[in-house]
Design a protein around this ligand. Structure first.
Ligand SMILES: [Zn+2]
Length: 258
């Protein structure tokens, strides 16, 4: 029995891609939520302006009612002028009429101001509606893109899981078990290629003896620092020696995950 390095490397590639696809899928709900939030925020701006306009209209109606009442009073006072007996009473009533008319003028001025405000609010609503329509198009496109991506990730995930199932039977159980155990501890990365005598993941130098054993491709050896299974990228042409699994259980179980 030799070490199924090629299969293990293929499995590691599949698992890395699979983990990447899974984390992309995990991020989808938050992205969709952010889109919903954008839609809500834009709608809120329009709703707020509409509330403002409704309040303005109500205030105008109230003020108009007030003016109507005041004018009725003025009319009543004016009728009373005919019945007044003394000059003093006449002057007093005329002053009352003038004061009341002044009050009505002030309210009418207020009504005009409210009408000007209403024009501003209506312009605001129109602008907000325009922005909403514009943003809605953009936001919907973003949402479609996210959903399309989600579909792609799902397809990729399914293909990778299938590929994984195809590789598994070709790996001897004890080797697979070790791979799974290390991967589980080290965020799904159980294998590390040796590059220029160094573990390419943790950058620990690999001892010459270990390197020599790895070149033979007939031993599973873990990195003394990170605990991952080391391998050399290009197999040499020499013959395979006896299989030897050299695990560093202490390192595998106790070294901190990266
Ligand atoms: Zn390492």
């Amino acid at each position: 029995m030799e070490i199924a390095f090629d299969k293990l490397i293929r499995l590691q590639n599949v698992d890395s891609d699979l983990n990447a696809a899974l984390s992309l899928l995990d991020a989808v709900p938050a992205k969709l939520e952010a889109i919903d939030h954008q839609i809500k925020a834009t709608a809120e701006i329009v709703a707020h302006a509409k509330d403002e306009l409704a309040a303005n209209q109500k205030k105008r109606r109230d003020l108009e009612g007030e003016v109507k009442d005041i004018k009725a009073h003025v009319a009543k006072f004016k009728r009373q002028l005919n019945d007044v007996k003394t000059n003093k009473e006449y002057a007093a009533l005329q002053k009352e009429i003038a004061d009341t008319e002044l009050k009505a003028d002030k309210i009418e001025e207020e009504i005009i101001n409210e009408m000007i405000s209403a024009d501003d609010i209506e312009r605001e609503i129109k602008a907000a509606n325009g922005r909403q329509t514009e943003e809605k198009g953009r936001i919907e496109k973003d949402r479609e893109a996210i959903l399309r991506e989600q579909q792609e990730f799902e397809t990729r995930k399914a293909a990778l899981l299938k590929e994984r199932e195809e590789i598994l039977p070709d790996i001897p159980p004890d080797q697979l078990k070790l791979y799974e155990r290390i991967g589980k501890r080290l965020k799904g990365v159980a294998l590390s290629p040796v590059t220029d005598d160094f573990c390419s993941i943790c950058q620990m130098r690999v001892r010459p003896q270990v390197l020599n054993d790895l070149l033979g491709r007939n031993a599973l050896i873990t990195c003394e620092a990170c605990g991952r299974l080391l391998y050399v990228q290009k197999p040499p042409e020499n013959e395979h020696g006896p299989v030897e699994i050299v695990d560093n259980p202490d390192k595998v179980d106790d070294s901190p995950a990266e």
